[in-house]
Design a protein around this ligand. Structure first.
Ligand code: GDP
Length: 445
């Protein structure tokens, strides 16, 4: 459902790759692209405005993370804001403390209510509950029968008015159903109410009457995610007419643009609790805003890596190095080793390539990176005396020979390391003078 939005956002992030620092113009351009992407996905305008405003403000730097490069920071912010508009935390079903839990479904005809009632019943059965379905939709001639068919498919009993009794009273049916549930020891009652093709006062009144009669623990508003902006309007009308605790999105498997799904929690202030995404009875689950956001960003791996980089990156270490450099630039071999070990902590280097600040410029070197090289560097530096590590200038010919023997390497390896270290130090001092954060020192090639 979110394919176009995903592609659009990916393009936006691509434009940021390789940038060392985001200028005001970069942030504006990015915000503009995100805005267009959301509008094209049919997200409601107030939600778009709020979203873009938040991204812009956060990108301007209040929370610039040292562990991430600008593109990753934007991805992280967009991800978090997506989770936010999708409702934040996963909202779970609240069960009644005593007696059966009553769940009432409301929504337009065709929203997928009857299908959903059965899916929910099956889901509850899988959680060791003993649900009963209630056909309180007596408007549509076929509705009771349809619920019975669906109930049979999932092996859940359906409480319905006896046929031939004329037009029943849905409020009475719902009330009787609760008694039946208590008698038969069902612990969850799912009440399917009537829908109409459009919103009307009578429909709202009937739903409200059923609500008052059965005092549901949860009223769920069921809405077809494929109807676009109309979903938002319908949601608002039901909120005013009946009121509900959470939203269920159906037909998320469709190819609509998905804006409704993205707008509804923000606009109504009610969380999306379940999502229905197919015709099979098992195409249904709790709605997880965080999972949905990473699906939209289509970069689950990237998000995991960002998390990992943030966790591993030792801000205190980096700060120390930065201060050292700013205060005269005595970056030593001990610091060099510490930085190498930090890279090692992050796991496979090829995987984290490009994730460290300033790493972009080392991309070519990294692509040919041999992890054993770090072992060698470590061995060489550990064979040095503390004095040599702090003041590498003193490492003359005879010291190099001793170090190479101690570390089981060649003198040429020691030479290469020392040369590389001086190069790296020079570069870092330049960067420190330029006011930027130090990137990684000269990577082994
Ligand atoms: P109701 O009028 O609200 O009770 O809606 P129904 O449950 O009868 O569903 C209307 C149509 O939508 C039916 O053809 C269902 O098979 C279909 N439907 C319901 N949920 C989904 C879904 O998640 N995905 C797809 N593709 N179709 C669905």
């Amino acid at each position: 459902m979110f394919a176009t939005l995903s592609d659009r956002l990916a393009d936006t992030f691509k434009n940021l790759r390789g940038k060392g620092k985001l200028s005001e113009a970069d942030i504006d351009a990015t915000a503009r692209e995100i805005r267009i992407a959301l509008l094209e996905a049919d997200v409601a305008l107030p939600v778009v405005k709020e979203f873009v405003g938040a991204v812009k403000e956060r990108a301007r730097g209040a929370e610039v993370s040292q562990a991430l490069n600008p593109a990753q920071q934007i991805i992280k912010i967009v991800n978090e804001e997506l989770v936010n508009i999708l409702g934040g935390e996963t909202r779970r079903l609240r069960y009644a403390k005593t007696g059966p839990t009553v769940i009432m479904l409301a929504g337009l005809q065709g929203a997928g209510k009857t299908t959903l009632a059965a899916k929910l019943a099956l889901w509850l059965k899988d959680q060791s509950k003993s649900p009963i379905l209630v056909a309180a939709d007596l408007q549509r001639p076929n509705a009771v029968n349809q619920l019975q068919v669906n109930g049979e498919r999932v092996g859940v009993p359906v409480f319905a008015p006896q046929p031939g009794n004329g037009v029943g009273d849905p409020v009475a049916v719902a009330r009787e159903a609760i008694e039946e549930a208590k008698r038969k020891l069902h612990d969850v009652v799912i009440v399917d109410t009537a829908g109409r093709l459009g919103i009307d006062a009578e429909l709202m009144q009937q739903a409200s009457d059923i609500r008052d009669a059965v005092q549901p623990d949860e009223v769920l508003f069921v809405v077809d995610a494929m109807i676009g902006q109309d979903a938002v309007n319908t949601a608002l009308a039901f909120q005013e007419g009946v009121g509900y605790d959470a939203v269920v999105l159906t037909k998320l498997d469709g190819d609509a643009r998905g804006g409704a799904a993205l707008s509804i929690a923000s606009i109504t202030g009610k969380p999306v609790m379940f999502a229905s995404n197919g015709e099979k009875m098992t195409d249904f689950d709790l709605f997880h805003p965080d999972r949905m956001a990473s699906r939209i960003l289509d970069m689950g791996d990237m998000l995991t890596l960002i998390e990992q980089a943030e966790k591993t990156f030792d801000a205190a270490e980096a700060q120390k190095a930065a201060e050292k450099l700013a205060g005269g630039g005595d970056f030593t071999l001990t610091d060099f080793l510490a930085q190498m070990q930090q890279i090692r902590k992050m796991g496979s280097l090829t995987k984290i390539m490009g994730m460290l600040p300033g790493m972009g410029q080392f991309r070519d070197q990294l692509e040919n990176f041999d992890e054993k090289e770090i072992d060698r560097i470590q061995a060489i530096i550990q064979s040095m005396t503390p004095g040599e590590r702090e003041n590498p200038k003193m490492i003359d010919g005879s010291r190099r020979l001793r170090i190479s023997k101690g570390s089981g390497t060649q003198v040429s390896d020691v030479n290469t390391l020392v040369d590389r270290f001086f190069e790296a130090r020079k570069m870092m001092q330049q960067m420190a003078r330029g006011g930027g954060m130090p990137g990684m020192p000269g990577m082994p090639g």
